[in-house]
Design a protein around this ligand. Structure first.
Ligand SMILES: Cc1cc2nc3c(=O)[nH]c(=O)nc-3n(C[C@H](O)[C@H](O)[C@H](O)COP(=O)(O)OP(=O)(O)OC[C@H]3O[C@@H](n4cnc5c(N)ncnc54)[C@H](O)[C@@H]3O)c2cc1C
Length: 444
């Protein structure tokens, strides 16, 4: 089933790139990150071209729940402990600025995209933790409040509220910005040279190359494959469930996400590392949970999506690698890519315009913290285990780096547990860093 966004809105198609052209900047990928970055650059007078492998917003952006909030779970007290006050403050302030920037663009451009100001909540069982999260969030500059009573069916003891956040229809918004941009669809970038990107139909030569392809697919330099994994989760749009005020996410692995869109409640959960759903049944589990919270509700749309998870839980935004000064990256949004993509677009705009940005160093891909050692080791360990496992047990390999793929019965796809590439039953690539499909005979 298509996402509720795709069921309710269609973006007109654009032709593919045909021939060799020049621009000042070329953006790879027309999801929220690519569109926002191109739009910000274009506003600065930088001639920008966007190349999209498939259709505008056909990736994760078309399958998000589209909450625009700087509240990314209950992470800020931990961030202060692990990364220090300054980095935590930069992280949350960059995202608060992103919420404001959405509001500014939407009102300034007169965009009709069902944008609504609302509060966001993270709910949890540990009252002391919630109290600390609220206190620390306020110290960092967020409009945060500890609350005990939220009008909500999920069992909880307490919550942290961020006031003045927002929600919208991501495709309506993306389409409005895309109208003023030069975007070529069905134009997958296959090769990237120092100042040129190449698609099957032509090339774009440009001083600045921005990787906004969700997963930065050039393995060397950068080695992003060793620093991120992907996590998938599932969403239902249910009707007959009444209405809820605000946007919600629970703490812990088994938590649920809720928001209202029109007559539907968007109900999400059942997250897992991509490539680790051999048993299936995620939609059924989610449906059972929805019926428990909202007896008699009806499922009107069901879909899933995935996002890149960095080891230290902060996205990678900035120069791709020191050996490629004209290349930029924005990835690793931890399932909070609405504000993170806006923060990224503003940081990349400032870097390309050679202006200071107050938050850039917190997101710099070249950072390295002690906190990364354990999780990076775990990600690399998973990759190595998957890479060698076919030698002993056979299996279908990913065309990216040869990891053993796992069949996901919920999506009818072969999914890679290392870096999140996915392939359909015919072996065609659906998403992820892999650049080509897998052998059809193997896949069926
Ligand atoms: C279930 C779920 C719910 C979520 N809900 C929220 C939420 O409520 N709020 C929030 O802030 N975040 C949310 N997120 C995260 C958010 O949706 C993503 O972080 C965001 O959409 C990522 O946008 P993007 O532009 O980076 O990637 P994408 O939207 O995937 O765009 C990347 C584009 O690049 C294209 N591409 C790839 N390779 C190439 C190539 N070689 N050449 C050309 N083009 C290429 C792809 O086709 C794609 O269109 C959610 C994530 C999940 C999984």
């Amino acid at each position: 089933m298509e996402s509720i966004w795709k069921q309710t809105y269609e973006i007109a198609s654009r032709p593919p790139l045909c021939g060799d052209i020049r621009a000042e900047a070329v953006v790879i990928g027309a999801g929220m990150t690519g569109i926002l970055t191109a739009w910000q650059l274009q506003r600065e007078g930088i001639r920008t071209v966007v190349l999209e492998a498939d259709r505008i917003a056909s990736g994760q952006t078309g399958h998000t729940t589209a909450k625009i909030t700087a509240q990314h779970g209950d992470i800020l007290a931990d961030f202060v402990r692990e990364k220090g006050f300054k980095t935590a403050a930069k992280y949350v302030r960059a995202n608060l600025a992103a919420v404001k920037e959405y509001e500014r663009i939407i009102s300034g451009e007169g965009i009709s995209c069902d944008f609504e100001k609302t509060d966001s909540y993270v709910y949890g069982q540990e009252e002391e933790r919630m109290k600390e999260e609220a206190k620390v969030s306020r110290q960092l500059g967020a409009p945060a409040f500890f609350v005990k009573d939220i009008s909500f069916p999920v069992s909880h003891k307490s919550a942290v509220r961020f006031s003045d956040q927002a929600q919208f229809h991501p495709l309506k918004f993306a389409d409005a910005l895309a109208r003023s941009l030069t975007i070529y669809e069905k134009s997958p970038v296959k090769e990237v040279e120092d100042h040129k990107v190449i698609t099957p139909g032509g090339s774009v030569a440009a001083k600045h190359i921005i990787f906004a392809a969700h997963f930065p697919f050039v393995n060397f330099p950068g080695m992003y494959f060793a620093r991120m994994h992907q996590e998938r989760s599932y969403v239902l749009a249910i009707s007959g469930a009444g209405t809820i005020d605000g946007m919600y996410i629970g703490t812990g692995k088994k938590s649920y996400s809720f928001r209202q869109y029109g007559k539907w409640i968007l109900f999400g959960g059942e997250a897992h590392r991509t490539g680790e759903n051999a048993e299936g049944g995620k939609y059924e589990k989610l449906k059972r949970a929805a019926e428990q919270f909202f007896p008699g509700c009806r499922v009107e749309a069901a879909w899933s999506a995935q996002d890149c998870m960095t080891a230290d839980k902060i996205p990678f935004v900035g120069t791709y690698a020191s050996s490629k000064p004209g290349w930029y990256v924005a990835s690793g949004f931890q399932k909070w890519g609405m504000t993170s993509s806006m923060a990224a677009a503003m940081i990349l705009r400032d870097q390309i315009c050679e202006r200071p940005n107050p938050y850039a160093d917190a997101f710099a891909p070249a950072r390295f913290s002690v906190g990364e050692i354990g999780p990076v080791g775990k990600d690399t360990g998973t990759a190595v285990k998957q890479l060698v496992s076919p030698i002993f047990r056979g299996g279908i390999r990913c065309s990216h780096l040869g990891c053993r793929l796992v069949w996901n019965p919920d999506e009818q796809t072969w999914d890679c547990p290392c870096h999140g590439s996915r392939f359909d039953r015919q072996g065609r690539k659906k998403e992820g860093p892999a650049q080509k499909g897998i052998c059809c005979k193997d896949a069926q």
